[in-house]
Design a protein around this ligand. Sequence first.
Ligand SMILES: [Zn+2]
Length: 98
Amino acid sequence: MVSVTYTCPYCDAVVEIDRDPYLRDKSVTKDPKGDREYASTTGDYESADGIEFVCIGRADADDGCGRTFYLNYVKYDEGREVDEGPSLEDTPRFDFNP
Ligand SMILES: [Zn+2]
């Protein structure tokens, strides 16, 4: 398990969770996306499509705003990444396939 932090899109407070490092983050959004199943930070979020956070801040920092935001994992469909709009990385990526 690793500690990962996410920034609330409303108030910039940081929330922290422990999770498996292999999960890949796609984006953080204010609203849930489409047909995804979100788990709470106390739920089984490793088998969900993303995590529903409540912005409570961190114990050693300022309080959060109490609003809800969503982490979306990268989803794969038959081995290809499902395109659901902009990802965390804004940098263009070029894949050179032989
Ligand atoms: Zn917040």
